[in-house]
Design a protein around this ligand. Structure first.
Ligand SMILES: [Zn+2]
Length: 316
């Protein structure tokens, strides 16, 4: 049974604003990040944070569960409407956080997979000490983990600011604004700890069994978490999809999966020799599937990205 899956994805993306977290007045600038090339030289280029990748994986799961092929998976009220404070339930028009991990995992397929952190401030007291109610916090570690999306090191990337006009009949709101768009070859790494979906470690018996949900829902949750990666690979991420769908061309997809246990992270595809290095690193129980132009004895070459998804989903 599928325990662990990792992805190393390389694609070309032309004219994207996948990360417009830097907003100042009329300037909607792209997030830049510093990193080193393989000779140790400093580069500062557009990158997309792993928080953003995780968010868009979350969104893809949500859409598949609500509108797609993955019906029948429970969601909390926050995930149902895309409310960021989760897990929550809606009562009389207000969201109340669900504090018990058991209730959250049983009731919500996304909070199960994506984890959460609820930190509540202390209430009631006037300062430290007496009369103060202690702040509570609850957390669940994410079963899906994401790197930043970074430019691959052996090619250049570019970015440019352009001026847009808001289209309106009211001249007062016809204010020009600036926006940056970037292009380049990018890579990211992500892992899905499929074996721990539907589980709470402290509730397991000594044999390691004891999922909180029935096996068929657990499998559906793993499947939808995997299917959501197709949408990331297609560039279905970012806040500007209505007017700036990125021009994406997948270049390479390397998937490692195991039916025995956790795997090390793959070497990042921003490095030219990542396929060889990943194959060198993986333990014997890893199965490597690869779509792209390179050859490697340890990776089974597939004719399409879809074939990779099929094989992995069949192991659930
Ligand atoms: Zn939820």
């Amino acid at each position: 049974m599928l325990k662990f899956v990792s992805f190393a994805v390389k694609f070309q993306i032309n004219v994207h604003d996948l990360n417009n977290e830097m907003i100042a007045g009329n300037v909607n600038d792209i997030r830049m990040i510093q990193f080193l090339d393989d000779k140790g030289n400093l580069r500062e280029e557009p990158g997309v944070s792993g928080r953003m990748l995780k968010h868009w994986h979350y969104e893809a799961m949500r859409q598949l569960i609500l509108n797609g092929s993955a019906k029948g998976i429970g969601l909390c009220d926050a995930c149902r409407v895309g409310e960021p404070i989760r897990p929550s339930m809606l009562k009389d028009g207000e969201f109340y956080t669900i504090k018990s991990e058991e209730a959250a995992v049983k009731g919500c397929g996304i909070c199960d997979v994506h984890g959460y952190l609820i930190a509540e401030k202390a209430k009631g007291g006037k300062g430290e000490g007496e009369g103060e109610e202690k702040g509570t916090s609850a957390r669940r570690g994410s079963r899906a983990m994401f790197s930043w999306l970074l430019p691959v090191l052996d090619v250049e990337s570019c970015w440019k600011q352009v001026i847009h006009n808001r289209v309106s009949s009211d001249p007062a709101v016809m204010m020009p604004f600036n926006k940056s768009y970037a292009s380049g070859f990018y890579g990211f790494v992500s892992v899905l700890d499929a074996g721990r979906i539907g589980l709470i470690e402290s509730k397991l018996d000594s044999s390691g069994a004891g999922a909180l949900i029935d096996e068929s829902e657990r499998k559906s949750r793993i499947k939808v978490a995997l299917e959501a990666y197709r949408y990331l690979i297609s560039g279905q991420m970012g806040a500007s999809l209505s007017h700036a769908i990125p021009h994406i061309k997948p270049l390479e997809v390397l998937v490692a999966y195991s039916e025995e246990g956790p795997l090390p992270f793959p070497v990042s595809p921003i490095y030219q020799d990542y396929l060889v290095l990943t194959a060198n690193l993986m333990p014997e129980h890893a199965n490597l599937l690869y779509w792209g132009h390179a050859e490697n004895d340890k990776a089974v070459k597939k004719d399409s990205i879809d074939e990779i998804f099929h094989e992995v989903i069949n192991k659930i």
